[in-house]
Design a protein around this ligand. Structure first.
Ligand SMILES: *Cc1c(COP(=O)(O)O)cnc(C)c1O
Length: 366
C-alpha cells in the first residue's frame, strides 16, 4: 500500500502504530529471524520467542528506569481484568482497605468492580462536573493505612490527565496507565502497580502490561484461581499459559522505536506536549467553536476532547475531516463532540494537519 493511502488515524484504541514498526512487521512476517516461519507460528518456548519476550521486558524496564524493584508481566484479559485482579491480589483479609479516585469512566468501572472484592473507600469523585477535572493531593483524605491508592493517570474518554505524579508516600500507588503508558516518565518508586492494555500507546490489543513491585507479590494468596494470581505469572515468567506472542513481539518493536528512534521517555514527553499544545492553542483561540472539555490544568496530552456548538457542526467537522484523511475523530458518546487521540505514534504532521483543518473550519463557519 502506498504511504499516501494511510490516513492520520486519531482512534482512541486500538490506535495508530508507528509506521516504521508496521513496516518491520511486514518485512519479517513470513520468515522471522531466519526461523523459516512467522513469529505467530513458532513455540512460545522456542529460543527465538524467549529472546523477544526478554527483549520486550528489558525494553520496558529500560524505558521506565527500573531494575530489580519491579516485575514486568504480559497478561491477557485487557485492562478490564486488572480491575478485579488488583483488589483480589492486594487485599488479603477482611481488614484490608483500598482507596480509589474516580476521575472518569475507566477508574469508575475499576471502582465498581473492586467493590465486590473488598473494603473500598472512594476518596474522590469527579462525577458532578462530568469528569472534567482532577484532584490535587490536598483534596484527598485517605483512610488509615490503606493497602493502596488507585487512580487512572489519563482518562481516555474524558481527556483529563494528571500532569505531575501524585506526591503520596504513605501508600503504594496503583495506576491504570492504559492510555498514557510510555508517553512520559513515571515515578516508579511510588508505584506498587502500573498497568496498561497495549492497544492505546504500546502495541496491538490482546496484551496487558503489568509492572508490579516485587514485595507486593507476597500478597497473592494461593487460594486465588491460577490465572488471576500475579505470583504465579511471575514464577512462570509470563508463561502461565500461552502468552499473546504476536502482541509481545510488537511491543518489543515499539520499545526499540521509543528507545532508539525517539530517544527515551523524556524526549517522548516533550514531543507529546508539543503536539498537544498545537491543538489546545486552537481551542484557546477559537473558544466559541471548540469548547474544551477538560479544565486547562488537567488537559490530556493523549486525548484532546472538545465540543462544538451544535450536533450539526460536529457532524460536519467529522465528515470534512474524514474527507481530508483525518479519521476516527468522533468523541465518545458520554462526552460527545470530538476526541483526537494523539498517542506516541501520531506524527507531528498528523497533528499539524488537524490543527490546520480546525483553523479552516473555524474561519468557514464563523
Ligand atoms: C481502554 C482503557 C481500558 C480498557 O481496556 P481493555 O483492554 O478494553 O480492557 C481501561 N482503562 C483505560 C484508562 C483505558 O483507556
Amino acid at each position: 500500500m502506498a504511504l499516501a493511502e494511510r490516513t492520520y488515524n486519531f482512534s482512541a484504541g486500538p490506535a495508530t502504530i508507528p509506521l516504521k514498526v508496521l513496516e518491520q512487521i511486514q518485512q519479517e512476517l513470513l520468515n522471522f529471524n531466519n526461523c523459516g516461519a512467522s513469529i505467530m507460528e513458532i513455540s512460545h518456548r522456542s529460543a527465538q520467542f524467549i529472546e523477544v519476550l526478554d527483549s520486550a521486558r528489558n525494553g520496558i524496564k529500560q524505558l521506565l528506569g527500573i531494575d530489580d524493584s519491579h516485575e514486568v508481566l504480559f497478561l491477557q484479559g485487557g485492562s478490564r481484568l486488572q480491575f478485579s485482579m488488583i483488589p483480589m491480589n492486594l487485599l488479603r483479609s477482611s481488614d484490608d482497605r483500598a482507596a480509589y479516585i474516580v476521575s472518569g469512566t475507566w477508574s469508575g468501572k475499576a471502582y465498581d468492580e473492586a467493590l465486590g472484592t473488598g473494603n473500598i473507600d472512594l476518596v474522590w469523585n469527579g462525577k458532578e462536573s462530568n469528569y472534567n477535572t482532577l484532584p490535587n493531593e490536598v483534596d484527598l483524605t485517605l483512610p488509615e493505612d490503606p493497602a493502596f491508592l488507585y487512580y487512572a493517570s489519563n482518562e481516555t474518554i474524558h481527556g483529563v490527565q494528571f500532569q505531575s505524579g501524585l506526591q503520596i508516600d504513605s501508600t503504594p500507588l496503583v495506576c491504570d496507565a492504559s492510555s498514557d503508558f510510555l508517553s512520559r516518565p513515571i515515578e516508579m518508586s511510588r508505584h506498587g502497580i502500573v498497568y496498561a492494555c497495549a492497544q492505546k500507546n504500546a502495541g496491538p490489543s490482546g496484551v496487558t502490561i503489568v509492572v508490579i513491585r516485587k514485595d507486593l507479590l507476597q500478597r497473592s494468596q494461593d487460594s486465588l484461581p491460577g490465572y488471576l494470581n500475579y505470583k504465579k505469572h511471575v514464577e512462570q515468567n509470563s508463561m502461565f499459559n500461552t502468552p499473546p506472542t504476536f502482541g509481545i513481539y510488537v511491543i518489543d518493536l515499539i520499545c526499540k522505536w521509543l528507545l532508539h528512534d525517539m530517544g527515551g521517555l523524556e524526549q517522548v514527553a516533550t514531543f507529546n506536549q508539543e503536539k498537544a499544545n498545537l491543538l489546545y492553542d486552537v481551542i484557546n483561540e477559537c473558544q466559541d467553536m471548540f469548547i474544551g472539555h477538560a479544565v486547562k490544568e488537567f488537559r490530556s496530552n493523549m486525548n484532546v476532547t472538545f465540543n462544538l456548538p451544535s450536533d450539526e457542526l460536529t457532524a460536519q467537522f467529522v465528515e470534512q475531516a474524514t474527507a481530508k484523511g483525518l479519521t476516527s475523530l468522533k468523541g465518545h458518546r458520554s462526552v460527545g463532540g470530538i476526541r483526537a487521540s494523539i498517542y506516541n505514534a501520531m506524527p507531528r504532521e498528523g497533528v499539524l494537519a488537524l490543527r490546520d483543518f480546525m483553523k479552516a473550519f473555524y474561519t468557514q463557519n464563523s
